[in-house]
Write a protein that binds this ligand. Sequence first.
Ligand SMILES: *[C@@H]1O[C@H](CO)[C@@H](O)[C@H](O)[C@H]1NC(C)=O
Ligand SMILES: *[C@@H]1O[C@H](CO)[C@@H](O)[C@H](O)[C@H]1NC(C)=O
Ligand SMILES: *[C@@H]1O[C@H](CO)[C@@H](O)[C@H](O)[C@H]1NC(C)=O
Length: 389
Amino acid sequence: MEPHSLRLVVYGLAVVVASAILLLQNPVVASTHECDFGGIFNFGDSNSDTGGLSAAFGQAQSPHGESFFHAPAGRYCDGRLVVDFIAESLGLPYLNAYLDAVGSNFTHGANFATAGSTIRPQNTTLHQSGFSPISLNVQWYQFNDFHRRTQIFRQKERIFQELLPKPELFSRALYTFDIGQNDLTAGYFLNMSTGQVRASVPDILAQFKDIVQYIYGQGGRSFWIHNTAPVGCLPYILDRLKITAAQVDKAGCAAPFNDVAQYFNRKLKEVVVQLRKDLPLAAITYVDVYSVKYSLISQARKHGFKESLRACCGHGGKYNYNMHIGCGGKIKVHGKEVLVGKACEDPSVWINWDGVHYTEAANKWVFDQIVGGSFSDPPIPLKLACHRH
Ligand SMILES: *[C@@H]1O[C@H](CO)[C@@H](O)[C@H](O)[C@H]1NC(C)=O
Ligand SMILES: *[C@@H]1O[C@H](CO)[C@@H](O)[C@H](O)[C@H]1NC(C)=O
Ligand SMILES: *[C@@H]1O[C@H](CO)[C@@H](O)[C@H](O)[C@H]1NC(C)=O
């Protein structure tokens, strides 16, 4: 060995020893180790539904899924959702929906989200109002039962060891949440004033807080909580609710609805602060998805998108959105049946997919902004979200 390279080896060893000592002495440095989550348990609505509503109430139809999966894939999107990019970046498989009975593999977690879910149970049916009966409390019942039964079945038969999580996953895993938007819109669609919707926020969040506590009680330690997005920028709100010109902001969004979303987020942040006090072993990351999505929509061109407010896969009106004829529905043009959404040729330059949901391209952009921690409280990257700060 050349003396020069020997010097390098000695120097390298010294660095290793010095950093080992530093790690032992300094817990802050030690806590910058990447987390070994091993899996994800997700709770939410359509923003993170990878097949739940489809399994229970019928598949999201074509052209959903066309850009990435090349077929409907249980997602209300042309491709992947933020939760898919989270799974990818942690080296994990895409999450199967808990409700997907066929072909699912839950060794690395499960997804309890369904499109249309709310935090509070709604007093209407899916058919009446479009809101999923699988509200967050039901997702919790399902998770609780999943936890209990997976452990029984793993011991019963070998095959289940290759399909169900090990007991230790429940404390190692990342628990992700993206829910609340539908609690606000449920109020609007019942003709509540924004003041009335605002007044319901404390009760909504009290129920959210309970569920995080229950999951902690089952061993959950790492929580990654998205706040609610600027719902006033989505065609289904802009088109369906009466909005006066004075209520529209510079980005073209309905300000009163975004104000309530921001109020919800301020209160959510208070709940997170309280949860950190109540749950001494929990690492809880609050992620400001609102700011990321609003910045994307209000500066679409700067970020490489051509369309910010109109739906790519839709039909008619100012926002290319019609609540009665949705993405994948059929319309008659000159006596011929045409699929709604066929005209949307390049979803990669559109932000909005179907009037309610974001395109894969927008989801990827959002993920790229949040993964490093710049929009998180505490400001730590996804890969460090198991460490309490
Ligand atoms: C549903 O009805 C119950 C009982 O009247 C009520 O306590 C609850 O707040 C209602 N839920 C919503 C979302 O309005
Ligand atoms: C389920 O997924 C895990 C991890 O990807 C894999 O090791 C296991 O073999 C899969 N189970 C089956 C039955 O294919
Ligand atoms: C809300 O108001 C609209 C217009 O006045 C009415 O058509 C609709 O039935 C009302 N919806 C509910 C749930 O009361």
